[in-house]
Structure formats: structure tokens, C-alpha cells
Design a protein around this ligand. Structure first.
Ligand code: FES
Ligand SMILES: [Fe+2]
Length: 340
């Protein structure tokens, strides 16, 4: 594992952001929604890192396709907050019509194409897609790491608690004025909690001396005592994901997908039993309160990183940052790069 923080130029160089889009994002799985959000015979469109996607479920099988008509590239369905029941995906441009398995069923005026036309030559492009831990995961590259590897620590530490169906109760997003790695580092940082969140997150996590840490090649865990015998689990995972798991099965997902070099989204999803729906807004408000404290800090750190900072020494409570940075450096193959 690295013993120093990544150098600041990795946060400020356009070439690095480009390399991340080529080497980092495509090797990892990205959660799209809850498994319960899509029942048989439904479709739902999403945008993931600028790529238009559509999920379908047909006769029990979940599929993910590029939401892009093979004829002239038009999006088949606009992204929506809810799945809709439909038998076909119909392109609004020239009417090419697909079934939920991605096969072309019909094209308008089929006998008049310039070359002989075979419907079977024009299926939708499918992407790797999995269901695990009550979430639907998608990979945007052809060769992702095994999902069980990406989630290894979650499966080792909390398999039964994690692996259950949950409803997506609420989601909220904001734009942050910082490189995604600053926001990700900050959420992996157990050194700042007592200082920066004294009346919010620090109360939830309790005394620092009771922190329990676990690390794997792919992720890290901070476990803190919760209630009588339980633990509140905070997993830090690639690519920019934090999975907060309460002993009662509630799950919050905090993610920082990049927008560009200097901006990312801060996405918060709350998942749990549908009976928790009435309490979801209050739960979200609690999380947003400490995230607003973080927002000021990460945007201030961005200013420092952009002024050619040489980062200081890591503290033992910052080991989860070093773990993620080590994994990032491996996927990015940074050793093969000249210094910036
Ligand atoms: S672009 Fe979809 S049918 Fe032409
Ligand atoms: Fe924080």
C-alpha cells in the first residue's frame, strides 16, 4: 500500500481525467438503481457518465443496453425517475422497433434499404449487467473486474445484511466544485470526523478509540459501535462509492461521479424497506447536514490542490485514503506514466 498521498498533479491534469475515463471507469461496476425498481416487462432509461443506457427486464432476465438506436444514434427513451411497463422500445426518429431482449422487430419501409437488410444484424448493444446486494450494477467497458472482487470486503464483512432486496426510497444530487478524488478522499478520511463534524457524523460514529478498520485490495471499512450489539458500517469502494450500512438493514450510497476535471456530482441514495418511506426525507436531511460540512472542506481543498500543493504526511486514520489511492494507481497504471 502507498505510504504517501497521491501527488496533486493527478487531481489537476486534463490528461489524467482522460486516462481515468479510459482505464478506471470502464474496469469497474456502477450501481444504477435498486433491483426492486424494475419488474418484469419494464424498461427504464438512465444516463451513466455521459452514456445513455436502458435497462429492461423480460421473463425474469435483466438486461442493459446502450440507449441508442443503431440506425442514426437517437436515444430510444428519455431517462426517467421510474421504470415504465412496455413491450417494445420504439425509436422516435424513423420508428425502428426493438423488443426488451434488444432484438430489432421492425424497421419502417424495410424493402427499400440501400443494401439488403437483415433485422438480425441490428440488435441493441448489450452491456454487462448484474444484480447483487439489492442493487443493479452495470459495467461500461467490456472487461470489468469481477463484481465480487470489487465488493470483496462488503461480502466478507456484511454479506447477509447487504444481500437483501430494498426499495430506493430517495435520491438527491448536488454539484461539487472539486475533482472527484478530493470528495472521495474526504469521505474515506476518518481523521477529520471529530473535528469537522462534531455534532453530526461524529455523534453517529462515536469515540475514535472504538473505530474498527478493515482493508482489502479493493475496499476499506470503518465499523463503529451502534446500539446494543450492532455496528454501523462505512465501506469505501471504487470507483467513488461509499456504502453505509446500518444493523437494521438500511443502506445509504454516497457517490462522487466526475463531471469534468474540477467538478463532480455528490449523489446520495437511500435504500431500505418500503415502510421507511415516510421517514426517508428526515434521514436524507441528516446525511445532507454533514455532507454540507464536507462540501465546504472539499471545495477549499480543491483550491489548495490547484495551487501546486505537495500533500503532507498521512495519519493512521487516513489509511483508507491510502488504500483507495493504491488501488486507483494500479488501475491507472501510473507507474507507466512520466511524472507530470
Ligand atoms: S435513428 Fe432510430 S430509426 Fe432512425
Ligand atoms: Fe466528512
Amino acid at each position: 500500500m502507498n505510504s504517501t498521498f497521491l501527488p496533486a498533479w493527478l487531481y489537476t491534469e486534463p490528461a489524467i481525467a482522460q486516462r481515468e475515463r479510459q482505464r478506471y471507469d470502464p474496469r469497474l461496476w456502477h450501481p444504477l438503481t435498486a433491483t426492486t425498481a424494475l419488474v418484469d416487462g419494464q424498461a427504464q432509461a438512465f444516463e451513466l457518465l455521459g452514456a445513455p443506457l436502458v435497462l429492461t427486464r423480460f421473463q425474469g432476465t435483466l438486461r442493459c443496453f446502450l440507449n441508442r438506436c443503431p440506425h442514426r444514434g437517437v436515444v430510444l427513451q428519455p431517462p426517467s425517475a421510474q421504470a415504465t411497463t412496455c413491450r417494445r422500445l420504439v425509436c422516435p426518429y424513423h420508428g425502428w422497433t426493438y423488443d426488451l431482449q434488444g432484438q430489432l422487430l421492425a424497421a419502417a419501409r424495410e424493402s427499400d434499404f440501400v443494401e439488403p437488410f437483415q433485422r438480425s444484424d441490428w440488435p441493441l448493444i448489450a452491456l454487462p449487467c448484474r444484480e447483487l446486494g439489492g442493487l443493479i450494477w452495470v459495467a461500461i467497458g467490456p472487461d470489468p473486474l469481477p463484481l465480487e472482487q470489487q465488493l470483496d470486503l462488503v461480502l466478507q464483512e456484511a454479506n447477509a445484511l447487504f444481500n437483501r432486496p430494498r426499495d430506493l426510497l430517495l435520491r438527491q444530487g448536488h454539484t461539487l466544485n472539486c475533482n472527484w478524488k478530493i470528495a472521495h478522499d474526504n469521505t474515506l478520511d476518518d481523521y477529520h470526523v471529530a473535528i469537522a463534524h462534531p455534532t453530526t457524523l461524529h455523534r453517529e460514529q462515536g469515540p475514535v478509540r472504538l473505530y474498527r478498520h478493515a482493508l482489502s485490495d479493493h475496499g476499506s471499512l470503518l465499523a463503529t459501535p451502534y446500539g446494543e450489539a450492532g455496528e454501523f458500517l462505512t465501506f469505501g469502494l471504487a470507483p467513488w462509492t461509499h456504502l453505509l450500512l446500518w444493523p437494521d438493514g438500511r443502506l445509504a450510497l454516497i457517490q462522487f461521479p466526475p463531471l469534468d476535471l474540477d467538478h463532480c456530482r455528490m449523489e446520495v441514495w437511500l435504500l431500505g424497506d418500503s415502510a421507511l418511506q415516510p421517514a426517508a426525507q428526515a434521514w436524507m436531511d441528516e446525511i445532507q447536514t454533514f455532507l454540507a460540512e464536507d462540501r465546504r472542506l472539499v471545495e477549499a481543498a480543491q483550491v489548495g490542490y490547484a495551487s501546486a500543493l505537495v500533500p503532507g504526511p498521512p495519519h493512521r486514520l487516513e489509511q483508507r485514503i491510502l488504500q483507495q489511492q493504491t488501488f486507483y494507481a494500479q488501475l491507472m497504471d501510473l507507474e507507466a506514466m512520466p511524472e507530470g
